[in-house]
Design a binder for this molecule. Structure first.
Ligand code: UDP
Length: 253
């Protein structure tokens, strides 16, 4: 098999050189990490599910005119994407208090927020991705004021889309994280949604029962992560046909 050039290896994905200039192949691994990689495991089938789910969300976003880096899914674990310059910020949108916000403000998880709140963390594992005010972002030159305005607008469109899609299958979108990249067209720069959108980077609660269907299942040892992600994929109708959920063996007579 021809060896491809590895460009970057992250915690959940690996990037390889793409077939044409300006493209990359994004490979979804089964590795799960939490708490800045202090907790780690391999969850069989997670990469396949996230590849499908991210394809589904990115394709839907493109259909409503939100630009993304996604080009096409290549196989069970890989997708072709545009090479972008990632802005070193995690863009977090929250509809309900949870996780670090609930802790910081002493709010009960699930408290509805007065409006969707967009916040930024500086992408730096050594520092534990600290929350940063917009003033830092501009002062340190990570993004301009114009970029920030565009990022907030983009993030809120993703929020509306994702909230609606999830609501349609009985799931509440509590919060999520996206990464945004710069795509250059000559001197012109465009901001696009990059990285992935999957239950690894969202909080998803069943509307009826409040059951968690996202990475908190792994973070908080609440059961099978594959079952949770499979539930999301099945409700959305994007469950890959040829993946047998590893946690549900079927007896063959
Ligand atoms: N998130 C993420 N990657 C990170 C940090 C957060 O995908 O490195 C997502 C997380 O899954 C949640 C949202 O961003 O949907 C808000 O996370 P929060 O700030 O509450 O952090 P956490 O509680 O995960 O530490």
């Amino acid at each position: 098999m021809a060896r491809r050039k590895k460009i970057y290896e992250g915690k959940a994905k690996t990037l390889y050189e793409g077939p044409e200039p300006g493209t990359l192949v994004q490979y979804f691994k089964d590795d799960a990490t939490a708490f800045n990689a202090e907790k780690r495991d391999v969850i069989e089938g997670k990469g396949v599910l996230n590849n499908r789910l991210s394809e589904y969300f990115m394709t839907g976003l493109a259909q409503i005119g939100v630009p993304t880096h996604f080009l096409k899914r290549l196989n069970m674990r890989e997708q072709l994407i545009r090479a972008v310059e990632i802005i070193p910020l995690e863009v977090i949108v929250r509809n309900y208090a949870a996780g670090s916000m609930a802790k910081r403000l002493g709010l009960d998880e699930g408290t509805v927020l007065p409006r969707p709140i967009v916040e930024f963390s500086y992408k730096n594992d050594d520092l534990g991705d600290p929350l940063v005010p917009e003033e830092y972002i501009i002062a340190f030159g990570w993004a301009s004021q114009q970029d920030l305005d565009d990022m907030v607008a983009l993030a809120l469109r993703v929020n509306d889309f994702m909230s609606g899609v999830m609501y349609g299958v009985g799931i509440k979108l509590i919060d999520f994280k996206i990464e945004i990249g710069r795509l250059y067209d000559g001197d012109f720069q465009r901001l696009v949604v990059a990285d992935e959108i999957s239950p690894d980077s969202c909080r998803l609660w069943d509307i009826e029962t409040g059951e968690k269907l996202d990475k908190d299942v792994f973070r908080r040892d609440l059961g099978s992560l594959t079952d949770a992600y499979t539930e999301v994929a099945t409700r959305l109708g994007v469950m890959p046909q040829n993946v047998t959920p590893v946690t549900k063996p079927t007896l063959i007579n």
